[in-house]
Unconditional design. Structure first.
Length: 249
């Protein structure tokens, strides 16, 4: 049985303030937990229903294990329908941003993405297409938000996420800066080259004016139907797919 203090502590991690204060975030689901166990992240503890114990891989000795019942899992889970197993993971030190590491590859740049599900889906998409780095503006949603973590399906363990002042760092880049806008050049007629930064903006407001000024290659996904705009995570997937197709011709 979990103590009241244990339950209270885990529930506090549902909030950004306490995740930051304690340096711990929550992941749920056996597949995601396995991904983090086999990554550079440090899994702090695992809370599981009895039937999930046999599904766990071999674990390092420093991971604490707690068997819980359904009522306890309901209290600590961030999901309406808990997945039977939950883990606490230590938040690592933010990766040191080195512009030189972005040479000879493509990276995504997110300017004010606010929806946790969109952020998580973009991270998962980046992982699928082999994009190793995502640079976020400081006002993007927190990557350790439970909805973001859930949407990444473990891909967060393989993609480097940086939070930076975008105008400040973009000014110093010598890479092509592609920006997804409504009136840019069709992506299907764009010469992507072999490296660059690909900027996607906020769900409602798009790319901010200071960042827009630094775009060297405005691009667009051609519209055929009548929709006003595309979801930012869908846009990211289309852009990543076209860049990947061109790189692998």
């Amino acid at each position: 049985m979990l103590s009241k203090s244990q339950i209270s502590f885990i529930k506090s991690l549902h909030q950004k303030k306490y995740r930051k204060e304690n340096g711990i975030f929550i992941i749920e689901g056996i597949k995601s937990i396995e991904e983090f166990i086999h990554s550079n992240y440090q899994v702090h503890s695992i809370y599981y229903l009895a039937q999930y114990q046999s599904l766990l891989p071999a674990l390092p000795a420093n991971i604490k294990l707690f068997e819980v019942n359904n009522a306890e899992l309901d209290k600590i889970s961030t999901l309406q329908t808990p997945q039977g197993i939950l883990a606490l993971v230590n938040i690592p030190e933010p990766p040191l941003f080195k512009p030189a590491t972005l040479k000879n590859l493509f990276s995504l740049v997110l300017d004010g993405v606010q929806d946790p599900g969109n952020m998580g889906t973009i991270i998962r998409t980046a992982d699928w297409f082999g994009f190793k780095n995502i640079i976020c503006s400081n006002n993007c949603v927190e990557v350790y938000n439970p909805k973001t973590v859930q949407a990444t399906m473990g891909s967060l363990s393989r993609v480097n996420i940086f939070y930076e002042d975008l105008p400040g760092i973009l000014t110093n880049f010598k890479l092509p800066v592609f920006g997804a806008v409504l009136d840019g050049k069709s992506i299907y007629k764009t010469d992507w080259g072999n490296e660059g930064l690909v900027i996607l903006g906020n769900e409602g407001q798009g790319i901010t004016p200071p960042v827009m000024k630094l775009i060297t290659h405005p691009v667009t996904i051609p519209r055929i139907g009548g929709a006003e705009s595309l979801n930012v995570a869908i846009s990211a997937a289309i852009l990543c797919a076209d860049i990947s197709r061109n790189l692998n011709k």
